[in-house]
Design a protein around this ligand. Sequence first.
Ligand code: NAD
Length: 393
Amino acid sequence: MVIKPKVRGFICTTAHPVGCAAHVEEQIAYIQSQPRVEGTKRALIIGCSTGYGLATRIAAAFACGADTLGVCFEKPASDNRTATAGWYNTAAFEQAARKAGRFAKTVNGDAFSDEVKREVIDLIRTHMGQVDLVVYSLASPRRKHPRTGETYSSVLKTIGRPFTSKTVDVHTGKVTEVTVQPATDEEIRDTIMVMGGEDWQMWMDALEEAGVLADGATTVAYSYIGPDLTRAIYRDGTIGKAKDDLEATALRLNERLQRRGGRAFVSVNKAVVTQSSSAIPVVPLYISLLFKVMKEKGLHEDCIQQMYRLLADRLYRGGEVPVDEQGRIRLDELELRDDVQAAVMSGWERVDTDNLAQLTDIEGYRRDFLRLFGFEMDGVDYDADVNPEVPLG
Ligand code: NAD
């Protein structure tokens, strides 16, 4: 079939297998252009198929030479629908990793469930013995709790009072105002249940109890802080409360793992275009301005550059890992630099529908968005007939 992008709001319902493979290859090539890193040898990546998780898996396998086991929640092709981008990414990653002589296997299922945790533990026992790195990079709209069976949904809302701000429809280029309503107490709790630290803790408990976590193991989960511009909707909003919980979990896990020479961190990463960040109101307009400024200053980074830095300059640089006062790894230092934020702010005050293309990198945003689904990759023939059915594993 000939596959073209079908964009509906902040999601693209099609994905291109050849384009997704090219996107994975591009990230592998970046890692291979960097110095090798003496680090993880056996890594478990929970949320491994897109965005930051995929980039971490690629960096672990190709910078450190690690065997990797991944967990994701993706759909294969069916009838005349393509598979999801994460499915194609994973197939391409597994193939490249195996070609390079690395073990690579992926469990496609609900990471929040006990069954998937058990399946992962069995696979570690059989193929890897133990893991020395556990990366927690889930971004999910809902979670079925494995003990109670209750399903929680996360919301992207403010806390306390409504927040009105500029926002952009990335696809039409229309800049409008949006008002985000405050969440109820129940919505705040539910968002913490989905995106907070409980499931990360459950993973670490299960791995440790099963004896598949190596002495001295490292675990890391991802967080975001961002600027004042997005504070009401992000860090001071429902998702921020979940991130507070995730960060508190890191401190508790760190204390526990330290007894066995291990360590737990939250890494605060920069804003990038991913399927998750596109769904947050206001954030895409901020990212479009940020990209313009960071590209002009030669500071632009995507997931793969950030994750290489996480391994090379933070986790495995030797000696103490540099952290902030709250014990967090910071990879957002360039995004939050005063000169970068001042330039973003100046653009923010002036931006409207007419000057959007001139003041922001909306084109770069759109391109990155389409690339998430395997479109807009150089060298891919998008008029060619391709087989959407790609096997995993
Ligand atoms: P993403 O949407 O690209 O990736 C989410 C991953 O989670 C995918 O691999 C998906 O398959 C997996 N997943 C979702 N639900 C699952 C389930 N029930 N079971 C198994 N796998 C499941 O998201 P991302 O933007 O890379 O986010 C990853 C983490 O990075 C999040 O914690 C996010 O808050 C954080 N982060 C993102 C940004 C950003 O700008 N995108 C910035 C800083 C931190």
